[in-house]
Design a protein around this ligand. Structure first.
Ligand SMILES: CC/C=C\CC/C=C/CC(=O)SCCNC(=O)CCNC(=O)[C@H](O)C(C)(C)COP(=O)(O)OP(=O)(O)OC[C@H]1O[C@@H](n2cnc3c(N)ncnc32)[C@H](O)[C@@H]1OP(=O)(O)O
Length: 253
């Protein structure tokens, strides 16, 4: 993770080649970095983007979920939950500058921010069902809060990956921006949020999101048990093995 401060704005650039997949170690690093910025009194905003060309993030590292060690799988999921709590509940203003594909966990990271700008000709969405897995309730809550119930339930069931244009049309992202302007526009959008007194913006954000974060806090252990039980099922392991094979075939084909 490349993290630096530009005046009162923290910039986090995901930099885990080849595809910024989120494994246990990287999630832990992500959480430490965001918590550090959150606790930095001089930091008012965070921009999350990718240091890699063409990929924002490929989402959760599928290798963490395939033939897993159960203890590690539990730690992994705890870090996934924590990342969502940290981002969705963040007091600082957040902008996702999506400069590449953003499937599944990559989409969730951006949905957890306050504003999303995206470069053209990429794809974004919660494609979990395509892998034969199920997005947990807090993933669904987050997309539903962004694009509305009907569009979210349809997209979640299909595991639909939106093009940048489709994502803009349904409100999954807020603005389409040429790749060379994405950081400049992220800073402009940040300034608009800074024009509002921090405490008023923070309390309002909290009012909108707290109930959803509280819901995960209340069910956190059950959610981890559910994830571990689900992922370790033979049928799910088979589906995930097939999906990994299809990723490799697509590459060679
Ligand atoms: C009850 C709750 C239960 C479950 C909830 C669990 C929630 C999970 C949410 C997730 O995030 S699951 C992850 C979903 N992610 C994906 O489906 C993305 C798959 N990847 C792609 O579509 C593409 O790789 C890409 C569009 C991101 C990039 O395409 P391209 O630039 O052509 O790269 P390659 O496809 O050649 O990939 C390079 C390399 O990376 C491996 N890889 C890709 N994605 C992942 C990943 N998410 N985890 C681990 N590894 C990944 C890919 O297999 C290639 O590996 P090689 O060894 O062949 O180089």
């Amino acid at each position: 993770m490349l993290t630096f401060k530009e005046s009162c704005i923290g910039v986090m650039k995901l930099s885990k080649p080849p595809v910024n997949s989120l494994n246990l170690e990287y999630l832990t690093e992500f959480n430490i970095a965001i918590e550090k910025l959150e606790n930095d009194k001089s930091c008012r905003g965070v921009i999350i983007t990718s240091a890699l060309p063409k990929i924002f993030s490929a989402g959760l590292d599928i290798l963490e979920m395939y033939q897993p060690n159960t203890d590690r799988l539990r730690q992994f999921w705890t870090q996934v939950q924590q990342l969502w709590i940290n981002l969705y509940g963040s007091q600082v203003a957040t902008v996702a500058a999506i400069n590449g594909h953003a499937p599944a966990g990559g989409c969730l990271v951006s949905l957890s921010c306050d504003y999303r700008i995206m470069a053209p000709n990429y794809t974004i969405g919660l494609n979990e069902t395509q892998l034969g897995i199920v997005a947990p309730f807090w993933f669904s809550d987050t997309i539903t809060n962004t694009i509305g119930f009907r569009k979210a339930e349809r997209a979640l069931q299909l595991g639909y990956m939106f093009t940048t244009d489709e994502a803009k049309a349904c409100g999954l992202i807020d603005k389409i921006v040429p790749p060379d302007q994405i950081m400049a526009v992220a800073h402009e959008e940040m300034k608009k949020m800074f024009a509002v007194p921090d405490f008023a913006r923070q309390i309002t954000k909290n009012q909108c999101r707290k109930q959803f974060i509280d819901k995960l806090h209340a069910k956190r252990d059950a959610d981890t048990d559910n994830f571990v039980n689900f992922i370790t099922k033979d049928s799910i392991q088979k589906a995930m093995g097939k999906y990994l094979e299809s990723l490799k075939k697509r590459k060679s084909g």
